[in-house]
Each structure stands twice: as structure tokens, then as C-alpha cells.
Design a protein around this ligand. Structure first.
Ligand SMILES: Nc1ncnc2c1ncn2[C@@H]1O[C@H](COP(=O)(O)OP(=O)(O)OP(=O)(O)O)[C@@H](O)[C@H]1O
Ligand SMILES: [Mg+2]
Length: 198
């Protein structure tokens, strides 16, 4: 089983890319989806988060994710606390899902791939890339927020240069969706070929 790690900065197109790969029947393992599932009411992680932050972190008995995001955005120790809780759980579940994924290859979509230790289950890093200015305008449009808000998030992520340095493969998503689709068709074939040799 060939395991591809997909990453990219906010708004570069990770979700768009995973949808396109899914059309080939490729299994997509999404770290964000896993993070969401393991923090639903009734889970051990949910209980620990409520115990740590207090009931004020709840909204309609669920985690108020927006509030939680704001807290960890502004307070690095809280961010580290939450990551220390969730990261090992997420990694274990990713490994479990990889073991059940169908050949020839699967994609693990992980925003924090390059920041994470213990991602040795990934064989190739695929980066979705767009210029910084385009990243800002796309996220402003999608989330209806200001340029400054987008830039604040980008500052907490690794730089575009570092991402590109670490990449085995790069998808240039600065063009049309059609151009992206064509690049993915080629890359899919490449991964199928690589998986035969793996
Ligand atoms: N090639 C493209 N042309 C035009 N718009 C695009 C293109 N690719 C993606 N978009 C749009 O840009 C926005 C960001 O894309 P997407 O949500 O896939 O990024 P993401 O990397 O998953 O973001 P996040 O880090 O927030 O999860 C979306 O509104 C998407 O529809
Ligand atoms: Mg996304």
C-alpha cells in the first residue's frame, strides 16, 4: 500500500484535491474529519476538553469549535495542550484506516503534516500550492473574512517555501479547476505505477 500525505496552507485547495482523487475511487483519510469525530459528546477527548476549559466551551452541549479555535489561536500553551491530547489519537486512527484502505494507494489529508512528528507511515508528500496573494483572496471569499484574518492564520503555518522544499510532488492550483483536474489525472497514474513497484 502506497500512502500519500496531502498537505498545503489554508485555502490552497486540499479539500478540492481530495474530492478529485476520490473520483478515482481512492480512499481518503482526512485528519480533520477524524479530529471532529473523536471530540463528539460522549468521547473521552470531549470529556477532557470540557474538564480543562470548563463548561463555557460548550454550545448546545457540543464543543463550540469557533471559540476553541480562537482560544488556541491566541494562547500557545492551550494549543500545545490540545494538540498533545488529540494528536496521538488522530495518528492512531489514521494508521488504523491505512491498514483497512484499499489498494493501490490511499491519501492522508493532513493540514499539519509538516509540523507533526511520527508521520513515518507516509511515503510521499504531496503539496497543493498557490501564491500567497491568491491564497488570501480565495480564503477571504470562501470564509467572508478580512485579509488580515487570513494572514494571521498563515503566520501560524509553515511557509510556502518550506512546504515546497519538503514536497515530493506539487500540484499547482493557481489555474482553473480544469487544469487542476488534468494534473490530478497524471498524478493518479503516477501513483498507480509507483504502487506496483512499492
Ligand atoms: N482551481 C481553483 N480555482 C478557483 N477556486 C478554487 C480552485 N481551487 C480551490 N478553489 C476554491 O478556493 C477555496 C479554498 O479551497 P479548499 O477549501 O479546497 O482549500 P483547503 O486547502 O481545503 O482549505 P483549508 O485549509 O481551509 O481546509 C474554496 O472556496 C475552493 O472552492
Ligand atoms: Mg479544507
Amino acid at each position: 500500500m502506497l500512502v500519500i500525505g496531502l498537505t498545503g496552507g489554508i485555502g490552497c485547495g486540499k479539500s478540492t484535491v481530495t474530492q478529485l482523487f476520490a473520483q478515482y475511487g481512492i480512499d481518503i483519510i482526512d485528519a480533520d474529519v477524524i479530529a471532529h469525530k473523536i471530540t463528539q459528546p460522549g468521547t473521552p477527548a470531549f470529556a477532557k476538553i470540557v474538564a480543562h476549559f470548563g463548561k463555557k466551551i460548550l454550545r448546545d452541549q457540543h464543543l463550540d469549535r469557533r471559540q476553541l479555535r480562537d482560544i488556541i489561536f491566541q494562547q500557545a500553551p492551550e494549543k500545545r495542550w490540545l494538540e498533545a491530547l488529540l494528536h496521538p489519537l488522530i495518528i492512531n486512527l489514521i494508521k488504523q484506516q491505512i491498514s483497512k484502505a484499499k489498494p493501490p494507494y490511499c491519501i492522508v489529508a493532513m493540514p499539519l503534516l509538516l509540523e507533526s512528528p511520527r508521520v513515518d507511515f507516509i511515503q510521499r508528500i504531496l503539496v497543493v500550492d498557490i501564491p500567497v496573494e491568491q491564497q488570501i483572496t480565495r480564503v477571504m471569499q470562501r470564509d467572508n473574512i478580512s485579509a488580515a484574518q487570513v494572514q494571521a492564520v498563515m503566520q501560524q503555518q509553515v511557509s510556502r517555501e518550506l512546504r515546497l522544499q519538503r514536497a515530493d510532488d506539487v500540484l499547482d492550483n493557481s489555474g482553473s479547476l480544469e487544469q487542476l483536474t488534468q494534473q490530478i489525472a497524471k498524478l493518479h497514474q503516477r501513483y498507480v505505477d509507483l504502487s506496483v513497484r512499492a
